[in-house]
Design a protein around this ligand. Structure first.
Ligand code: FAD
Ligand code: SIN
Length: 538
């Protein structure tokens, strides 16, 4: 397959880019590939909403910028923060024009929610299913363009660069270039080539490397692992955000149900096993302190009281108000026997968001030519050491737009207007010497081990000893998995395992390099912030 624009991922970042490219260049082809159903994305599960300044009487760009910088704990790129906050308003308007509906007051003004770290009410939302609504609007808009093709269940295995033409490519190689990707066609079980003029990675997060996560099963960090293998630059992977309040359901594996922070914005109170509202002992902003602080406070309370969860108390919130804003959460709680007017909701932190990722500049350009990154897989400098709640949907749209602007400018200035690489120039995938896997358990068990290691040793609180242990265990898993990879016919499960080990390794390596505690990275061996403010680039 050959295409002008290749978009990997059908979440908010990928679809925003695809819509813009298809609209501006009706004679060019946009190919969107996704490894699952088109809407099975982190985007679909977003609850709280999208942060943006819309009420200029009470709020301002300066306040949103300030809140983002405070949450980022000294590591945000201030220029990027300003770009996202200011340009975000236009992107929000755009998705409204594409059909996304956000809740309104009776007078027509937007109903604005509030979450941890925000000094004002500024979160636009669609009840407690904002992401589902945004994903719906984007997919509906996409269907109006016949120059966009969406290929589902198409697993991207690797980026194609000079390496595949027989050249030695290292981290020091200048001008590494992306010609497209190798994909695993699930229908034929063959590895095929897609050659593209421009490729956007919009592959989302990596929460699945932890045992407990709010992320769906697609979130295995594939984009980051691919770029690392292709010798591109990866940044700040140690900053994994744990959401303080995932619903605690013993025995449930995989994705945990989220209880949005907006519940605390509407007055929800965290309580420990003894019923004490403990947040006031940790931060003057109490339940609405930034996420890193709340998650660590919960972790500490769980350790002190010897429990696996704390509670969220919403009993004092009038039922009508609660069900109007959070109908999905109300139903979910009811389905497992929790009456939110009478019972406390058991919650525990779960891996939620990757603040670092593929290093991208202010136009979403990666260190590999013709390869862009946007959304959760990218590290743009917006989040620094900790993401402010509801800033990620905003960032994804702003950067998808910026990637598009950069590509459009290149095309219009004839920098590169036609495919330079022909399909026949790229070698077919070499699968010689591989056979069908004999035992799936070799993959599934290793996957569980990765999640166990990451949760036990590389969670909310870290130490040098834990990180060292994690690295040793990951080394072993890596060696075993590479042996399997060399000898086995590829499957998505095997590729994901390999990617998850790579991503875990990058998280541990980043954490090892960071000899301080800052934002989401807390190492008890270095409890203070270092004076040296630096990004860790791998
Ligand atoms: P995604 O939406 O995750 O899409 C990734 C895409 O890449 C998918 O289509 C996937 O199939 C595809 N893909 C991945 N690997 C491959 C591969 N190898 N081959 C082919 N395709 C591949 N943020 C907010 O701002 N506000 C919120 O209220 C909010 N709530 C959240 C609630 C939950 C439960 C979760 C999990 C996240 C929440 N976030 C929120 C974060 C936000 O939803 C995500 O950061 C954002 O949606 C990511 O969008 P994306 O386009 O980068 O990736
Ligand atoms: C939430 O609704 O609490 C999640 C918001 C976010 O992750 O930005």
């Amino acid at each position: 397959m050959q295409t002008d624009f290749l978009v990997i991922g059908s979440g908010i970042a990928g679809l925003t880019f695809a819509l813009k490219a298809a609209h501006q260049f009706p004679d060019k082809k946009v190919l969107v590939v996704t490894k699952a159903q088109a809407d099975e994305t982190n985007t679909k599960y977003a609850q709280g909403g999208i942060a943006g300044v819309t009420d200029f009487e009470k709020d301002s760009f300066d306040k949103h910028i300030e809140d983002t910088l405070i949450a980022g704990d000294g590591l945000c790129n201030e220029k990027v923060v300003e770009i996202v906050v200011k340009e975000g308003v236009d992107r929000i308007q755009e998705i409204i024009e594409w059909g996304a509906r956000f809740d309104k007051e009776a007078d027509g003004d937007y109903k604005l929610g509030r979450e941890g770290g925000h000094s004002e009410y500024r979160i636009l939302h669609h009840k407690d299913v904002t992401g589902r609504e945004m994903e719906r609007a984007l997919l509906d808009a996409l269907a109006r363009y016949n120059n966009i093709e969406v290929v589902k269940h198409c697993f991207v295995v690797d980026l194609i660069t000079q390496h595949h033409l027989g050249y030695l490519v290292t981290k020091a190689t200048p001008d590494i270039e992306c010609y497209g990707v190798y994909v695993l066609n699930r229908e034929t079980n063959q590895i095929e080539k897609i050659i593209a003029n421009y490729t956007l990675l919009a592959t989302g997060g990596n929460g699945q490397v932890y045992r407990s996560t709010t992320n769906p099963y697609i979130a295995t960090g594939d984009g980051v692992a691919m770029v690392y293998r292709a010798k591109g630059r990866i940044e700040n992977m140690e900053f994994i955000q744990f959401h303080p309040t995932a619903l605690y359901e013993p025995g449930v594996r995989g994705q945990s149900f989220l209880i949005t922070e907006a519940v605390r914005g509407d007055g929800g109170i965290l309580r420990n096993k003894n019923g004490e509202a403990f947040m006031e002992r940790y931060d003057e902003r109490k339940d609405l302190a930034p996420r890193d602080i709340v998650a660590r406070a919960i972790d500490s309370e769980m350790k002190i009281t010897g429990t696996e969860h704390v509670y969220l108390d919403v009993r004092h919130i009038p039922l009508e108000k609660f069900t109007e804003h959070f109908p999905n959460i109300y139903e979910k709680c009811k389905s497992i026997g929790i009456d939110v007017t009478k019972h406390l909701i058991p919650v525990a932190p779960a891996a939620h968001y990757s603040c670092g990722g593929i290093k991208a500049d202010e136009w979403g350009r990666t260190s590999i030519n013709k390869l862009y990154a946007a959304g959760e897989c990218a590290s743009t400098g917006l989040h620094g050491a900790n993401r402010l709640a509801s800033n990620s949907l905003l960032e994804a749209m702003v950067f998808a737009h910026r990637c598009f602007m950069d590509v459009a400018q290149k095309i219009q200035t004839k920098h590169s207007s036609s495919l330079q690489m022909k399909e026949t120039d790229i070698p077919v995938w070499n699968a010689s010497g591989t056979t069908e896997p004999k035992e799936m358990i070799l993959i599934t068990q290793s996957l569980k081990e990765v999640q166990q290691v990451m949760s036990d040793y590389v969670g909310i609180v870290r130490t040098d000893t834990r990180l060292e242990r994690a690295m040793k265990r990951l080394d072993l898993l890596w060696t075993e998995t590479e042996a399997l990879y060399e000898t086995t016919t590829l499957s998505p499960q095997l590729c994901e395992l390999r990617n998850m080990i790579t991503v875990s390794y990058l998280i541990v390596k980043g954490a090892n390099f960071r000899k301080e505690s800052r934002g989401l990275h807390f190492n008890t061996d270095y409890p203070q912030k270092s004076e040296l403010v630096q990004n860790i680039v791998l």
